[in-house]
Design a binder for this molecule. Structure first.
Ligand SMILES: CCCCCCCCCCCC(=O)SCCNC(=O)CCNC(=O)[C@H](O)C(C)(C)COP(=O)(O)OP(=O)(O)OC[C@H]1O[C@@H](n2cnc3c(N)ncnc32)[C@H](O)[C@@H]1OP(=O)(O)O
Length: 194
């Protein structure tokens, strides 16, 4: 089965996800993985500024408040922005697995519209691991952790090495990131694997 047709359900032989022994404790605010990230970076004026926390097991909770810059229709969040919020929350599972992985496939259900000013309460969980493939699902609820479901996603992330970024990123941003001590710290956290 090639990419694009890949099922988003872990296959029968998939391993259960294991929380890395040095993963941040449940409740810990994770902080941005890159200052210029559209999802979590503080240096992006119109970014999502999504704040993710470690959950129990291999799970993440996150919050994102829809800004006027995120509109698709008048007063409503753009679907692609909501997919970005799900993608970012799912990507934050990397911190708990201590594995670098990028989104291979992301399928989103838009269940109800999300108004500007609403806070999306997101939760992501790793469902299984099969070789380099990490299966994960997420849900986003309106205004409260137990609020009405607005969006859901299922995804496959693919494990990569750090050189995925250095080989493929535009050289000027790569150079700047490698000169930034905070960025080096993030990269180091992922270099140590059991
Ligand atoms: C500093 C820290 C920062 C931490 C950085 C954290 C960033 C988080 C940001 C949020 C997340 C993002 O948006 S990440 C950005 C969006 N995503 C991307 O840009 C990814 C672009 N795609 C790629 O670079 C590539 O296609 C890869 C790396 C995904 C796969 O290429 P590859 O490495 O050559 O892998 P390949 O051998 O083909 O496949 C390996 C296995 O994965 C499966 N596979 C491959 N592609 C897919 C796919 N699209 N959907 C499903 N499954 C797939 C294959 O079937 C195979 O399964 P089997 O045969 O083994 O069974």
């Amino acid at each position: 089965m090639g990419p694009g047709r890949t099922t988003l359900v872990p296959p029968p032989g998939a391993a259960s996800p294991v929380r890395h022994p040095e993963a941040p404790a449940p409740g810990t605010l994770l902080g941005p993985h890159y200052d210029q990230c559209f999802g979590c970076g503080e240096g992006q004026p119109h970014g999502l500024h999504l704040q993710a926390r470690a959950g129990e097991g291999v799970s993440i909770t996150a919050e994102f408040t829809v800004q006027p810059a995120h509109q698709g229709a008048p007063g409503l969040a753009h679907g692609g922005v909501l997919a970005s919020a799900l993608d970012e929350t799912l990507g934050s599972l990397n911190w708990l697995l201590r594995v670098i992985a990028v989104t291979g496939r992301l399928e989103t259900d838009f269940v109800r519209p999300v108004p500007v000013g609403a806070t999306l309460h997101l939760e992501a969980r790793c469902m299984g691991i099969d070789g380099r493939k990490i299966y994960a699902s997420a849900v986003g609820r309106i205004d409260r952790p137990d609020g009405p479901v607005a969006v859901r996603a299922d995804a496959v992330f693919i494990e990569v090495k750090l050189d995925h970024f250095t080989r493929n990123g535009r050289p000027e941003e790569i150079k700047a990131a490698m000169a930034d001590p905070d960025q080096i710290k993030v990269a180091r956290a992922f270099e140590v694997n059991p």
